[in-house]
Write a protein that binds this ligand. Structure first.
Ligand code: AMP
Ligand code: GLY
Length: 427
């Protein structure tokens, strides 16, 4: 079968790479893909925008695509799944209504409240003064969030009232209204990515993501600077509790609203010091870079899982098989990220890194007209490896990442070596 993957990040490279490990997959087409997907055998990039639904449907028909997998939230929240379903093209990813779970935090909060899903207490505001008054009443630390999609830049964990008020002004000034203000939670974060077929859910291995740019969880929030799986904090008992108290009730609540959610339901959770899981956010797609740590451990052919979702037969699927190993992914970013950075620097050393047993997932790369691989984004590459344990996987990844060079390359040296703990970032 042929699969079309929509997106251009490290996650989409990992999806294409994993799909092509299966005998059943003849070819993968990436729209638009990146420098990494351009180099995989039996994989082809097609240069269309991810919001060109008509173009994507045309390619899917012309190429005889059996499944479209949408990697990123932007096209989902503008209705790509609805469009493709209307054209009878099978698609993995929720409809626009379902994608609201990520695209509107207030909508997601309301859904959680209705379903009795544990999350931080919150309030929604459309006016600066009311929001500021609320912060003054509640005190700090407090969390200020854009309601809508903000590419990882919409959340401020404020330690002072002035910081919270600055975030409120910034968000309203940048037209990010409404905003959500919520209680600051402490504990360990974990990402639980699950598949849903609209009726039931199946969790993938739990992962941990390092969101801050600086070592020791300092500095600005990013899309994610590295990750590992399986996250030991999410024990089998806790995973069972997360499915029972959070994931299944959410799918039931979506269904009660007439939303047939067939895709990835990603719960960003805080595990409190007492061991209680609380929802920080939901996403409607795989995490990036969580996918680059989880997918290398998957033994069940990926397309079997994805088709079980789109064909609504997840319940009958045998247990998902995983390698009994640990996986790590470390992101190499452009100097300046998550702020401004320069693109177009030549990248070298990928083959040497691969020879050390690492898998290199491209994120912000492209092949330039001179046929050179160059940087083309903030997060440039994800270097991933598996090992018998985290120590082995980590050693492999850091040896490999040392081989890779581009001007201004930056990566965190503590991925897999420290556990992310939000208590550190909020004194
Ligand atoms: P979100 O996009 O909602 O996941 O927020 C991004 C990051 O901000 C999370 O991964 C947390 O590190 C932090 N965060 C979000 N909400 C809270 C909260 N209520 N308490 C503490 N930290 C939070
Ligand atoms: N790594 C966090 C995300 O994909 O949203």
């Amino acid at each position: 079968m042929k699969v079309l993957v929509v997106g251009n990040g490290g996650r989409e490279h990992a999806l294409a790479w994993k799909l092509l490990q299966s005998q059943q997959i003849e070819r993968v087409i990436c729209v638009p893909g990146n420098g990494g997907t351009a180099l995989i055998e039996r994989c082809q990039n097609v240069s269309l925008r991810v919001d060109d639904f008509e173009g994507i449907a045309r390619v899917a028909r012309e190429e005889g695509i059996s499944l479209v997998v949408v990697g990123s939230e932007l096209p989902l929240s503008s209705g790509i799944a609805d469009y493709l379903q209307r054209q009878n093209i099978p698609v993995l990813g929720p409809t626009q209504a379902g994608a609201q779970i990520e695209a509107s935090k207030s909508w997601a909060k309301e859904l959680m409240e209705w379903a009795g899903v544990p999350t931080a207490h919150s309030a929604t505001f459309t006016e600066v003064e009311a929001a500021k008054t609320y912060v003054a009443q509640q005190g700090v630390p407090i969390v200020v969030k854009a309601d809508g999609l903000a590419a990882g830049k919409g959340v401020t964990v404020a330690k002072t009232v002035a910081e919270a008020q600055g975030a409120i002004e910034y968000l309203f000034g940048d037209h990010f209204s409404p905003i959500v203000i919520e209680t600051c939670l402490r504990g360990q974060e974990v990402s639980v990515l699950a598949l849903s077929d609209g009726l039931t859910v199946r969790s993938l291995l739990p992962a941990q993501d390092y969101k801050r740019i600086g070592e020791g969880d300092t500095g600005a929030n990013t899309g994610g600077m590295g990750g590992y799986a399986p996250a030991p904090v999410a024990t089998p008992q806790l995973m069972e509790q997360i499915e029972r108290q959070i994931l299944q009730p959410v799918v039931n609540a979506l269904r009660a609203r007439g939303i047939d959610y067939r895709g990835v339901l990603y719960a960003g959770l805080m595990i409190t010091p007492e061991g209680k899981p609380l929802v920080l956010e939901f996403n409607c797609r795989l995490g990036d870079p969580e996918a680059q740590a989880i997918l290398p451990l998957l033994e069940t052919p990926l397309e079997e899982l994805l088709l079980a979702c789109t064909q609504q037969r997840l319940e009958a699927l045998p247990p998902i098989r995983w390698k009994q190993e640990s996986a790590i992914c470390v992101v190499a970013a452009s100097q300046g990220y998550p702020g401004s950075y320069t693109k177009g620097y030549a990248i070298t050393g990928i083959e040497e890194a691969q020879n050390l047993g690492a898998t290199i997932f491209h994120a912000g790369t492209k092949i330039n007209p001179q046929q050179q691989l160059v940087t083309d984004g903030g997060r440039v590459l994800g270097v991933a490896a598996t090992g018998e344990d985290f120590a082995q996987a980590t050693a492999k990844v850091y040896k490999a990442i040392n081989c890779i060079h581009f001007e201004g390359s930056y990566y965190r040296r503590d991925i897999g070596r420290t556990k992310t703990d939000s208590a550190k970032s909020v004194p």
